[in-house]
Design a protein. Structure first.
Ligand SMILES: *Cc1c(COP(=O)(O)O)cnc(C)c1O
Length: 353
């Protein structure tokens, strides 16, 4: 702390991202990255823009990428917003679309960036407990609020809420914006994008970081009613006119156009997730149902912290949250078949099998 800090900075409680180890021989199953590389077509498109053109600013409105996303979802381009990772898109949503005088509602167990943004933007919040099975009950979200946000599937639980439930929530909550953060929806969820023309207060957030293997490129997006998008544009153009560089614009568009590669990677992750689930079951874990690229599980006799430490000693990193209700759970990203095997072998050593 320094006397030169502003009062706001003194009070911030920044988000702590999962570890990005410098050693690459580690088996990294802690931050839900895709184990497969980006689309070869996306890589080629990015190489193509590496040249003299980089002396020029990128398109501040990202018209070509927004048009491509609009076409993909059969929407208009003015219903699409893009940003430097969905974390940046989310920050603009907190700034632009939540009513700052009333509490923002989100689950007690959820993406831990939400309370951080509340602090940054001075938004009060109320954590709504998940039920005993870690499911969201939409009936719990009907109180006075300045907005509602949750991931679907939820993180770090992986549990999916049916589209019918989201529709039910939107029917009763039409005074404030409802944000569905679909970071993992491509691994088995049903996107709420199909509802945006029915509900002017619905905003859907997606990212290219997980299902399109581009966490290193930083591209996220929002789709919704054009007036919601206009609010995001107003904040963005008061903050940074060029959040996406030329490389990101080219790579993102090519990645979205390569549907076959995208589907193939997602299908592989889904199949390996179910295989890993049954292997974890066999080893004494209770595993929550998951529609994401990770599994959230609790061992029936060993403590999560001890298991995580033993895995780490073997060079396998998983995520353990020191948080009430989930401190005995591990969140394990689905890796390649080989990575999942290394995880299981390390578990077998720990359990003395
Ligand atoms: C990974 C993740 C994000 C952030 O994605 P980026 O686009 O990489 O910033 C947002 N929300 C949830 C729930 C996530 O898991």
């Amino acid at each position: 702390m320094s006397r030169y800090w502003s009062p706001i900075v003194k009070d911030l409680q920044p988000y702590v991202p999962g570890e990005q180890p410098k050693l690459n021989k580690l088996t990294k199953l802690n931050t839900n990255e895709n184990p497969y590389g980006p689309s070869p077509k996306a890589l080629a498109a990015m190489r193509e823009v590496l040249g003299d053109g980089l002396r020029l600013y990128p398109d501040p409105n990202a018209d070509s990428l927004r048009g491509c996303i609009a076409e993909y979802y059969q929407l208009d381009a003015d219903q699409v917003f893009v940003g430097n990772g969905s974390d940046e898109v989310l920050a603009h949503v907190f700034h632009a679309l939540f009513q700052h005088g009333k509490p923002l509602l989100f689950p007690d167990i959820t993406y831990s960036f939400y309370p951080v943004y509340c602090k940054l933007y001075g938004i009060p919040c109320e954590a709504i407990p998940l039920d005993e099975d870690f499911a969201i009950q939409v009936a719990d979200y009907t109180g006075i609020n300045g907005g509602i946000i949750f991931p679907n599937p939820n993180a770090p639980t992986g549990r999916l809420l049916a589209l019918a439930d989201i529709r039910r929530l939107l029917e009763v909550n039409n005074e404030t914006v409802v944000v569905i953060d679909e970071a993992y929806v491509d691994f088995g969820g049903e996107s709420a994008v199909t509802l945006v023309n029915d509900y002017p207060n619905l905003l859907v957030i997606q990212t290219l970081s997980k299902s399109r293997s581009l966490a290193g490129l930083r591209v996220g997006l929002a789709v919704g009613h054009r007036e919601l998008i206009e609010a995001l544009e107003r904040v963005k153009n008061s903050f940074n006119s060029y959040p996406l560089d030329r490389v990101a614009l080219a790579g993102a568009e090519a990645a979205i156009r390569d549907e076959a590669y995208f589907r193939e990677c997602c299908d592989r992750v889904i199949a390996d997730r179910e295989q890993l689930r049954s292997e974890l079951n066999t080893r004494g874990f209770d595993v929550l149902p998951s529609a994401a690229n990770f599994l959230f599980c609790e061992h029936r006799s060993e403590a999560a912290a001890d298991i995580a430490a033993a895995l780490r000693a073997d060079g396998v990193i998983v995520r353990h949250f020191n948080q009430r209700r989930i401190d005995n759970f591990l969140r394990i990203t689905v890796g390649t078949v080989e990575q999942n095997q290394l995880l299981l072998e390390s578990l077998d050593r720990f359990f003395g099998a």
